[in-house]
Write a protein that binds this ligand. Structure first.
Ligand SMILES: [Fe+2]
Length: 336
């Protein structure tokens, strides 16, 4: 599957270019060993410079993603048969890979690459663990706590190993009974984790509570804000965001920055506002100075990201400033 995917121009994202790439005038535009992100791909397209299959190879990070997915898949399969979580193996082997993947400066191409894998549960576990690291970081966790949260992210859906794959992968609308079966993955996950030596209670709670919502609209117990553990709230944000940027049988993937906008809108209803907005701000801060296209077609540059409305930054357009948090008719269409 992976080999074929190299053929598509769009799927070169996350690949590493293995030679210097020059424009027609001979100026270097992409140095060898650059990991290709949408920025480089847009540039190549703009200059009409094609790359052949021999010009790109899986970046080291791509190999790490493949190996982390393989391992989490094997681990979940083992858990399905044994009802035991090999926690030490996960901590010693899978976690360091996810940490290394998350240390890349531009995670967008990595999330896009993750998308190419077939099985949602496994890529979702890796994606949620990566996002948990960012969310934990943005909310002041470090060291042991951050690792604990990432492991909670890797295992938040482990209870799905106890749900029928037929129900889990059903493309059609679920019956009420099937939805009840899916909801039970939270309780199954809690039981599996709580019965494992070395895993903290908060990690078990993250499996139990990651579908609970601030306003009490979640499951399995309809708990409200003050009765939900902060780790569970962070995993909920990671879970919702990764679901948004993923393609599923019933929906297309939402572009990264549009998902950030949609996530911010949930910050005053179902998700914890502080945790959510700090995360959105951390990502948007990385886009300061980037060119953007607005919904009215104008191009500008991100100047400032505010903590209260981080998904709607201050943008400079031809010398004038547009505060997107106040201009309700103009939105961010694309970050270049
Ligand atoms: Fe879940």
């Amino acid at each position: 599957m992976m080999k074929d995917s190299y053929v598509s121009r769009y799927r070169r994202e996350g690949m590493r270019v293995n030679r210097n790439v020059y424009n027609r005038q001979g100026a270097l535009i992409i140095p060898a060993f650059t990991l290709l992100s949408s920025k480089e791909i847009d540039l190549l397209e703009h200059l009409r410079i094609g790359l052949d299959d021999e010009d790109v190879e899986p970046g080291a990070v791509v190999e790490l993603v493949d190996s982390a997915i393989r391992e989490i898949k094997l681990t979940f399969e083992k858990i399905r048969h044994s009802d035991r979580i090999p926690y030490d193996d996960i901590r010693r082997s899978i976690l360091p890979k996810v940490v290394q993947i998350s240390e890349q400066t531009d995670l967008k191409p990595i999330f896009i690459y993750l998308e190419q894998h077939d099985d949602y549960t496994y890529k979702h576990s890796i994606g949620v663990a990566m996002l948990a690291r960012m969310i934990g970081n943005a909310n002041g966790l470090d060291g042991e706590e951050l690792q604990e949260l990432m492991l909670a992210g890797l295992l938040h859906d482990v209870g799905k190993t106890k749900v029928s794959p037929f129900v889990l992968n059903k493309p059609d609308k679920l019956t009420a009974d099937e939805f009840e079966q899916i909801k039970r993955h939270t309780v199954y996950g809690y039981e599996l984790i709580a019965g494992t030596r070395g895993i903290s209670r908060r990690q078990a709670l993250a499996a139990l509570q990651h579908h609970e919502r601030e306003d009490g609209s979640g499951y399995p117990n309809g708990r409200k804000s003050k009765d939900i553990d902060p780790y569970s709230k962070m995993i909920a944000v990671a879970d919702v965001f990764h679901a948004m940027i993923s393609k599923r049988v019933y929906k297309e993937a939402v572009p990264f920055h549009k998902a950030l906008q949609a996530l911010s809108e949930l910050a005053y209803g179902s998700l914890d506002p502080t945790i959510t907005l700090r995360f959105v701000k951390q990502i948007m801060d990385l886009a300061i100075g980037n060119r953007v296209v607005l919904s009215n077609g104008l191009e500008g540059k991100i100047i400032l990201v505010s903590p209260d409305a981080p998904a709607q930054p201050l943008v400079e357009v031809n010398g004038t400033y547009i505060d997107l948090s106040k201009e309700h008719t103009i939105g961010l269409e694309r970050i270049i």
